[in-house]
Write a protein that binds this ligand. Sequence first.
Ligand SMILES: [Zn+2]
Length: 324
Amino acid sequence: MATLPSRYPAAVWTPYPQWPTGNYTDTNHYKVVWHKTQGGDGVLNWYPRSGGIPKFTILSTGVVHQHYSMNKYDRALRNQSGGVQTNLDGAISIEMVGFVGQGSTTEQLVAMRKLSAWFVEIGIKTGWLNGPPTTGARTRLSQNAWDNGRGHCGHVDVPENDHTDPRFVSKEIAAIESAWNGTGSMLTTTPREEWYKLYNQANPLVENSVVSEVQDFLKHAALGPDGKLKRYYGFTTDGKRGAVTDAALRNWKIDRWGNPDAGTKIGSKAWNEINRQLFMVHVQEDVAPVNPVDCSAVIAKLATSEAKVAELEAKIAGAQRELA
Ligand SMILES: [Zn+2]
C-alpha cells in the first residue's frame, strides 16, 4: 500500500524526539494495535521516561495526541531478538487512557470512532485479526499471522509480547466496528439528547454503542432491593437490539409509568428518564462502588423524594384551585 498521510488532521501533534523512529520494514501489512495505559492522562509526562510511546494517545477528555508520523514506526510494543518485527511491521499503536475492562468515557468512544473512520478513509483494512480484544486470556497471533496480517488487534494478540491489554468492553468494540460498517457516523453528528433515535433505528444484527448503553442501564434498573435481577434483563450486553432487549425495555417502561401498552421504542421521555437515572447511578459510583446489597437505601431515598414531590405537587394543585 505504501505511503499514508503522515498526520491525522484531528490530532494534537505531541512528538518525543528523544525517542527516535525510522521507516517501517513492511508497509504492505498495516496493523492497528489497541492498548490501555492502565493509568490516567498523566501518561503524556510518563512517556519520556518509559519510551514505550505509541502512534496515538486518546485522553479521557477525548483529545487525541499523535506522537509519530503515520509513515514512521512507533514504540509501544516489545520486540524480541529473532522472530518477527513488531513495531516495525506496519504496527500503528493506540493507547487509550484508562484501565482494562473498565470501558472508556463517552468522549473517548467518539474519538475512537472518528479515528477508526479515518483509518478506513486512508485504506487501512477493517476487521479483527484475532477477534475483538475483550479478554486477556487468549492465544496470541502466530508469527506468520502477525507478519502477513492486516487489520485491527489488541496488544494481547501481538507475538513476542506479554501484556494482555486492552480488554475492551462492548461499547469500545462497538465504537470501532461502527466506523467500519458506517453506522457510527450518526453517533458523532447526533446530539446526545437525540441518541434514542439511533436506538430505534438500530439494526438488530449490528452491534451499536447506544444499544449497549441502554442494555447496561436496564441491567442496573433490574437490580431489586434484594440484589437479585428482576425481569428486565436476563442476557449479556451485546449491543444488538433484538427481541429480548425490546421486551426488557418494554417491561421497564410498564413498571416505570404503569402503561400496559408501552412499546419497544424509546421516546424523548424514556430517554430523559434513562439519562436521569444513569446520572444518579454515576453519582453513587463516585461515592462508593455500587453494591447490590446497598440498593435498598437508594431506592428508599428515591421513594421518599418522589413522595415529597407528589406532596408539593398536591399543595400546588390545591393552591391553584383556591386561586381559581
Ligand atoms: Zn499495551
